[in-house]
Design a protein around this ligand. Sequence first.
Ligand SMILES: *[C@@H]1O[C@H](CO)[C@@H](O)[C@H](O)[C@H]1NC(C)=O
Ligand SMILES: *[C@@H]1O[C@H](CO)[C@@H](O)[C@H](O)[C@H]1NC(C)=O
Ligand SMILES: *[C@@H]1O[C@H](CO)[C@@H](O)[C@H](O)[C@H]1NC(C)=O
Ligand SMILES: *[C@@H]1O[C@H](CO)[C@@H](O)[C@H](O)[C@H]1NC(C)=O
Ligand SMILES: *[C@@H]1O[C@H](CO)[C@@H](O)[C@H](O)[C@H]1NC(C)=O
Ligand SMILES: *[C@@H]1O[C@H](CO)[C@@H](O)[C@H](O)[C@H]1NC(C)=O
Ligand SMILES: *[C@@H]1O[C@H](CO)[C@@H](O)[C@H](O)[C@H]1NC(C)=O
Length: 707
Amino acid sequence: MRFLVSAIIACLPAFVTPDVFNPDPSIFPDWSKTEALTPEHVIQTKQLGTFSLSPDKKRIVFQQYQYNMTDNKSGTEFKLLDLSSYSQGPTTLIPYKYDQSDSSPTWYDNETVLFTSVRGSPANNLFSVSARDGVIKQVSNFTNGISGIVYSSQAKRIAFVAMVYQNLGLEESAKLAAELSEKPSSGVVYDKLPVRSWDIWVTKQRAQLFTVPIDTVNETLVFTGSPVNVVAKYTGEWGLEPDYYTFSPDGSSILFSAKIEGREEAWQTEAGIFIAPVDGSSAPVRLNSNFKGAASSPNYSPDGKSVVWLQMATPGYESDQNQVILYDIATQKQTRLLSDLETSPSYAGFSSSGKSLYLIIPTQKDNPIFVFDLATQTLSRRVADGAIADLVEVSDDELIISHSTVQHPSNLFKVSTKGNISKTQITFENDNLLKGLWMSPAETFWFTGALNEKVQAFVLYPFGFDKSKKYPISLIIHGGPQSSFYDQWSVNWNLNSFANQGYIVLLINFHGGDAYGQKFTDSITHNWGTYPYEDLMTGLDYFLENAKYADGNNVAALGASYGGYMANWINGQTDRFKALVCHDGVFSTVSVSYSTDYFSSLDHDLGIAYIESQRNMLEKFNPERYVSNWKTPTLVVQGEYDYRVPVTEGISTFAALQRRGIDSKLLYFPDENHMVLKPANYLFWTGEMFNWIGKYTNVTTWEYKNE
Ligand SMILES: *[C@@H]1O[C@H](CO)[C@@H](O)[C@H](O)[C@H]1NC(C)=O
Ligand SMILES: *[C@@H]1O[C@H](CO)[C@@H](O)[C@H](O)[C@H]1NC(C)=O
Ligand SMILES: *[C@@H]1O[C@H](CO)[C@@H](O)[C@H](O)[C@H]1NC(C)=O
Ligand SMILES: *[C@@H]1O[C@H](CO)[C@@H](O)[C@H](O)[C@H]1NC(C)=O
Ligand SMILES: *[C@@H]1O[C@H](CO)[C@@H](O)[C@H](O)[C@H]1NC(C)=O
Ligand SMILES: *[C@@H]1O[C@H](CO)[C@@H](O)[C@H](O)[C@H]1NC(C)=O
Ligand SMILES: *[C@@H]1O[C@H](CO)[C@@H](O)[C@H](O)[C@H]1NC(C)=O
């Protein structure tokens, strides 16, 4: 039996594929009664965070964050949704307040929710809030912040991670860190890689996994013992950093995944799946020593007798296919499930009956959830469209998911685990803010791209669409490169905000994408500048030939990360674009292969620069080699704390443009990393980007008043 994507699609209710070249007039509103979505709307939407189901399965608690542009302030709130009367809307558990940053709401019992926050304490600590009267109590008072809380009523413990030095506890580590910061010299000595990780310089502290017993004593929730580091007795290289953990159903053990440390950790991807006793009394036992690749998403079966996880087989390849491994604890036997699956799941966990698995699997334009029935070995898709971020099981028949599309930010929905695939929306937090605004759907077309293979593209229509007119195009190029555009909401690079400026948004899921089978993903290996570029050009040509409403003389191309690499690559290959935006993009494949914090991706995809036989691939696909061809006006965007594609790549790109006399700007953020995260910076950045492409494509765009 095969689990081809086409077989899955066949289970969907029949629908007519929209014709993007001749869009159905009924999808467009009466433009005179419709407003455009602006970046101000996007940045002020409520952003759904963690949600959690009460033990009695009657209520959901969810966290959300919101920024207010008028006041330049943001804060969080917790809301409670009664599942039997969701149509009446949620009630407030912790009211929204500026500068309040409460996170990870987690039920302790049917009336109490645990969460982490600072709230005037020395660091991020544990608090509780009563679902009966909203009374908040502080539980822990550490000087060393904790995060990622998980509670088990069987273990009567919470698990969390905290940064500590080798052989030191929470408070001793906080004390040592404070002492070190008082030393006269600020010099730091490294004797191994990595020195940086994402946006921080690595210190000698590591994120370790702790558990601590917790109980209600005299009606007060307290720790009834000290935190224990369950990783401390690990016999391998010190410094395992558990990134996903869950208690065993009987509460005796904790299961986690963690990257393996050691001399080669900065360029290797190997991760272990471990089980440790909750009290840290013995060393964690590794379940997957037979593999040298990455591993993730370990989860217990409800009877505690087996474990499922996702395993990559190829060492050093972070985008290898995730195999679904079922492990029997008693016999230590591993069985690969779904071995005919062509794509790579990103999550696997058991249903509470133990009879099926829930899987999240990127599938063409969507990122849906599937149920895999273990008895019949059948996989069934449970959401027809869009992207799911998280799920909880309410019963054998029902899940609650957070779900978005390009037309709406994440909301909670009910979906059924069998039968009818339709979903029911149960939260509507942004309806007031977004009502009356235009949101283009993401419609798709296929064309024949590189290798004579079918490639999928998305189109969003411009605000005010009139098929007798011609519209400029924003060709947006995804990063990764082994990822895809999904029909999904995002604040950064919000696709509808481009469409609402009057652009056709064109997205091409070129070779290397993660939603079209592993062979398609793997095809970008040693091909950074060939198949993706070919797909982008062929897809654009095909679109222009068929969409009479597209203005082929007014096309801008924009991309971040690998998409920024591609913007620089494009500049050396063609002058067909009116303008480019290169955001945190690679300028020199050779220099970035030494300066990035993330060696494995370049090692795998292009090779290692100092190995002569491999260097030619880095040279072959080096945008810097083609600077003498560059002609296209380019906006370069770069964050100081971007350690993935470090700041010198952005400076180099800008220097190349300026010295060649090409119209260009550098937008530099002294306080951003590989992304633009601060709300006011998001507005400034989006304004600069719109302004840049607008200037060259003859579009008057929204402007940000930076005051
Ligand atoms: C922002 O705060 C102002 C008052 O300070 C309020 O009038 C406005 O509605 C708030 N905006 C949003 C999106 O909630
Ligand atoms: C807006 O808020 C940010 C974060 O609190 C702050 O850094 C910035 O200075 C504020 N901007 C203005 C204009 O007040
Ligand atoms: C929560 O309520 C359910 C159903 O009423 C009950 O079975 C369970 O014991 C309660 N859990 C706790 C932790 O109080
Ligand atoms: C928490 O610890 C700080 C010292 O680090 C102390 O000043 C404060 O009173 C403590 N708070 C509580 C609630 O115990
Ligand atoms: C609980 O409260 C009672 C009465 O106030 C007191 O005698 C007892 O010591 C308390 N127990 C604990 C563990 O604090
Ligand atoms: C599926 O469920 C939805 C909502 O519950 C309902 O409107 C629809 O008629 C159902 N479709 C089928 C085929 O049962
Ligand atoms: C620019 O757009 C305006 C209308 O928005 C149009 O009148 C004008 O002809 C355009 N100019 C060019 C060079 O296309």
